[in-house]
Design a protein around this ligand. Structure first.
Ligand code: URA
Length: 270
């Protein structure tokens, strides 16, 4: 059997995806609008107890049409697994489209038109699902949640809230010159604190003893993206832990226009 994500046929999500903002709201100078919006991942069927707010879709998400499926997604899936949450979650991003550099994200952190549409999703998800906790991944997601909390529906939300470092924070911090060990320590320390705060607050799908992170993220701390989270028929290697999509090109325009998809060598049936 191959479970799959049935998509957005039911209201209120059907209307939300019919009515998504385009380049008039998300300028093409700051967002990769040419790859289209990527809306969510996880349950829309009234069984989500955790609402996760990520940042923006990257190359893997542009292909699978669901968010947080690459490295960031697998790291955070492991966080949820530690809480016994294997299926009862739903994720949306701060931005519908991939951000062109951190500058683009910061410049639009409090954009009211972007917030209006994002708030419609947060309203719908909290109105139609028994959300016990909201988790923001990174600073832009924290701003997004705080912005929503100033609206009537956001103010009425009485569940828990945790803001934790983005799953790829250690990589981006190291790329901009920070000490990689310190960056990783910061991530696991904050994630462990959030795990302890959320344990007992979120009803698990499967109760299991909480195993906190050690000094660094290990392969055992990652979890697979469930098949049921992706559109029907996507091959299993698209959920593997090996990167299979990357932007390619010798000029910035070509790189922006091109995502190379490559079946990992050890996952080929040939
Ligand atoms: N992919 C997403 O969809 N969101 C993130 O925050 C990171 C990667």
């Amino acid at each position: 059997m191959h479970p799959f994500d049935p998509g957005y046929a039911q209201e209120p999500y059907a209307q939300l995806v019919r009515d998504y903002p385009g380049p008039d709201v998300y300028p093409a100078t700051d967002f990769r609008v040419e790859w289209g919006p990527v809306f969510h991942r996880g349950r829309l069927d009234g069984t989500a107890r955790v609402l996760v707010v990520g940042q923006d879709p990257a190359a893997h998400e542009a292909i699978t049409r669901r968010i947080l499926v690459g490295t960031a997604g697998r790291r955070f899936q492991g966080f949820l697994a530690k809480l016994g949450v294997d299926t009862g979650y739903v994720m949306v991003n701060t931005f519908l489209y991939s951000v062109l550099g951190q500058h683009g994200g910061n410049a639009h952190a409090t954009d009211p038109h972007i917030a209006e549409y994002r708030n419609s999703w947060l309203d719908a998800l909290t109105a139609h699902q028994p959300i016990e906790a909201v988790i923001a991944l990174g600073g832009l997601a924290d701003t997004a949640v705080r912005t929503w909390r100033r609206t009537p529906a956001g103010a009425a939300f009485s569940g828990a809230y945790q803001h934790i470092p983005h799953p790829t924070f250690p990589d981006s911090a190291a790329a901009s010159g920070a000490d990689p060990v310190e960056a990783m320590t910061k991530l696991v320390t904050a994630w462990n604190a959030a795990l302890h705060a959320l344990e007992g607050v979120i009803t698990p799908d499967t109760a299991r003893p909480l195993v906190p992170y050690g000094a660094t993220l290990t392969p055992a701390d990652l979890a697979n993206i469930p098949e049921a989270d992706l559109p029907a028929g996507l091959p299993a290697w698209m959920r593997s832990d090996e990167p299979w999509a990357s932007r390619q090109g010798t000029t910035s325009d070509e790189k922006r226009a091109t995502i190379a998809v490559r079946v990992p060598t050890d996952l080929r049936p040939f």
